[in-house]
Design a binder for this molecule. Structure first.
Ligand code: ADP
Length: 189
């Protein structure tokens, strides 16, 4: 409880002054990540900086139409996020608010790339607030270079043999082309 915090000291500084509060904030970053892109990783990096723990959670509900299985996506995300010790990767099924309650999360992280994302994201956030008023949705913007990047566009470019350099991790690039049966793009002459 914050009222008793001034009695707690860490290297000469009251703990309450280090973070303002001792409450641990766990956030969930849900999505399909089919496949993982550098835009997702940009958001994860930003989230890992402001939350005590960030749980990247693959939604299992839409598994049937996915290009990669949930296990493959878990693997991709774990390989891509290993450098952040406060990031955990899991999958879940059902309502996000129920999963967040089980995980002890008080926030949901979502990305806003362009204005067109806003309408859908706002609708989701309002609905989640209706279902659980204690759960806050936090929106973050990626670096400008990723503002046009989505998993859908990445799948499309890969299937047409285009270069994904700088848009997805190298291992995801290899997996995508193998899954789609497409040769890597020719180097420009
Ligand atoms: P969805 O299936 O809801 O589109 P995604 O797996 O594509 O989910 O993305 C999950 C979350 O990551 C969403 O909030 C989405 O806005 C965000 N996101 C996806 N791509 C990017 C990107 N390039 N930059 C920032 N956020 C992104």
């Amino acid at each position: 409880m914050s009222a008793v915090l001034p009695a707690t000291w860490l290297r000469g500084t009251p703990v309450c002054f280090l973070r303002g509060t001792l409450k641990r904030v766990i956030a969930i970053y849900p999505g399909s990540f089919d496949p993982l892109t550098n835009g997702h990783l940009d958001l994860i990096q930003r989230g890992a900086k402001i939350f005590d723990e960030l749980v990247v959670a693959i939604l299992r509900n839409s598994e049937k139409n996915a290009l990669f299985t949930v296990d493959e996506r878990l693997e991709m995300l774990r390989a891509g996020t290993g450098q952040w010790s406060n990031v955990r990767v899991e999958s879940f099924e059902g309502l996000l608010v129920d999963y967040a309650r089980i995980r002890g999360a008080s926030a949901v992280l979502r990305g806003i790339r362009v204005v067109s994302d806003y309408e859908y994201e706002l609708q989701m956030a309002w609905m989640n607030r209706k279902l659980d008023p204690t759960l806050e949705t936090i929106f973050m913007m990626p670096a400008g270079a990723y503002s046009y990047l989505s998993s859908r566009i990445v799948r499309e470019i890969a299937s047409l043999g285009g270069s994904l350099a700088g848009l997805v991790p190298a291992s995801v690039d290899v997996q995508l082309r193998a899954r789609l049966g497409v040769a890597p793009p020719l180097a420009p002459k």
